[in-house]
Design a protein around this ligand. Structure first.
Ligand code: GLU
Length: 505
């Protein structure tokens, strides 16, 4: 069966079920805004029991970036948005690279010419440049002036026979209103006189984005085109192309742009824009997906935390906002902290290990050298001090490094009645006695009770004892409290660290 016939067959088969797609041009990494586009396409398809496809729009050969498709596929798989069909998992509608579908486009171009819906254009690029410059100078919209639209059949034949280079342009009907209903933007109406006679087939035999996009969406059975706002001006042109080919257009949803705080364009200048960077920084997928879903979609409830299953159930294309949504890293941090707090500690631990294994193998190896119970205790205590996993190594340094001795300055703390190193010594000796006794130090409450009792017996103040111990145990200005440190480090290691300091005084 030829590719062409096969695709015709598939159109009929797909007509009933929802099919969405992500159709990136492989010109770089996956943008965070594109991740949201993918998410909305994915959610909608899954909710309707349909399919979500990945198609690579690689017809502009000058802008291709090596490794771009692989990067996109890998990021999508990491965030759990794997397409049902695409370059890595073929289904009925292969191939998924437009550069491998050139024959298909050519057939439809021939069909359009035959039906008088498109025409050959022999204008040189020099003529077109001059035309554009002229129009610009006069303050007019830059459009093709239909110079070749009215060539006679003989003229066309003669030019083709003599090997003249040509493009093929869409023939826009005169005096027609192009109307489409966008689920986000509402009714869009454009007069055909305002539509440029777009090139469909370039002189190198490659289709333009417009032609390839429409042919593929149709042949791949795409029922819903969910894409960012930038493509809204092209939509009427696309509807016209569907009509010219005798096809029914899909449902269009042009979703609002993602903006940086201050309503600026979200670009490298305003912060991170590559979706993968957020994974590298250690945001959890659950948080990233949850936060992104809400950028532009209104769940019509005060709830804001949704699992993927809940998002699939509740997502509604009719509740996508018209205006741009602001991508705010502080909000993302808030979502990530929520997931760090609320997910089961074992789940967070697994996610942390997976993250470290991929992005910080050295620290991953370090963690492997410690018992899991110890690592979990540390995580339980420290997770509230981080926004994301890339901060974890630093805040846990005193749990995974050999003990160091802090400067005297840090031990001395007049507010806590620690005026000299002799005071430090006296305090640490008390801590040592408590740790060496048979007291039950199994949980943080027992530790607290015992310390309070013993400090009282010694007629000392809590801070006076706990401050030097904290500095001895963690040698940092900021760390968890002394009793938490003891609980995590346990007697033996705590004593080792206290003794090490005592030896130097
Ligand atoms: N290749 C286009 C892009 O990367 C796809 C637009 C569309 O979804 O129709 O923006």
């Amino acid at each position: 069966m030829s590719l062409f016939i096969k695709n015709i067959f598939i159109i009929q088969k797909n007509q009933m079920s929802v099919v969405t797609r992500f159709a990136p041009s492989p010109t770089g990494y996956l943008h965070i805004g594109s991740l949201r586009t993918v998410l909305y396409n994915y959610l909608y398809a899954k909710q309707k029991g349909g399919k979500f496809l990945l198609r690579v729009e690689d017809t502009d050969r000058t802008r291709l970036v090596d490794g771009s498709v692989e990067n996109m596929i890998s990021v999508l798989s990491k965030v759990g948005l794997t397409p049902d069909e695409g370059p890595n998992n073929h289904g009925d509608v292969w191939p998924y690279y437009q550069s491998e579908r050139l024959d298909i486009y050519k057939k439809y171009v021939d069909q359009l010419i035959e039906n008088d819906k498109a025409y050959y254009c022999f204008c040189s690029s020099q003529r077109l440049d001059e035309l554009r410059a002229e129009q610009k100078e006069l303050g007019l919209a830059t459009k093709y002036d239909k110079h070749c639209r009215y060539l006679s059949n003989e003229e066309i034949k003669e030019k083709l026979d003599s090997g003249c280079s040509y493009t093929v342009r869409l023939k826009v009907p005169e005096g027609k209103k192009i109307v489409l209903q966008d689920t986000v933007k509402g009714k869009i109406e454009v007069d055909s006189k305002d539509i440029d006679e777009q090139v469909l087939l370039k002189s190198d035999g490659f289709p333009t984005y417009h032609l390839a996009n429409i042919v593929d969406d149709h042949l791949m059975g795409v029922t819903h085109v969910i894409r960012w706002d930038e493509w809204t001006p092209s939509a009427p042109k696309h509807v016209l192309l569907y009509e010219s080919l005798g096809w029914t257009p899909p449902v269009f949803s042009h979703i609002p742009l993602l903006l940086a705080t201050g309503w600026k364009k979200l670009s490298k200048r305003t912060g991170d824009v590559s979706a993968e960077i957020f994974l590298e920084k250690g945001y959890m997928v659950d948080a990233l997906i949850n936060y992104i879903a809400l950028l532009g979609w209104n769940p019509k409830t005060t709830e804001e935390f949704f699992t993927m299953d809940e998002l699939i159930e509740r997502f509604n294309l009719d509740h996508v906002n018209k205006s741009g949504a602001i991508f705010d890293v502080e909000r993302l941090n808030f979502f990530n902290s929520h997931y760090l707090k609320s997910l089961d500690i074992e789940v967070v631990y697994d996610k942390l290990l997976k993250y470290l294994e991929e992005y910080n193998s050295e620290f991953f190896d370090t963690l492997q050298k410690f018992p899991k119970e110890y690592n979990i205790k540390v995580l339980e205590e420290l997770k509230s001090r981080i926004n994301k996993f890339d901060e974890y190594q630093e805040v846990t340094s005193f749990f995974y490094n050999d003990a160091k001795i802090a400067e005297d300055d840090l031990f001395i703390n007049p507010k806590m009645k620690i005026e000299s190193m002799d005071d430090v010594k006296k305090s640490l000796e008390l801590t040592k006695v408590i740790l060496e006794s048979d007291n039950n130090l199994d949980n943080i409450w027992d530790i607290k009770n015992i310390f309070v009792e013993k400090i009282k017996e010694a007629e000392m103040k809590n801070g006076q004892v706990l401050w030097p111990a904290r500095v001895a145990l963690s040698w940092e200005k900021f760390s968890p409290g002394t009793l938490e440190l003891i609980y995590i480090l346990w007697k033996e290691e705590s004593l080792k660290r206290i003794n090490k300091v005592l030896e130097t005084i």
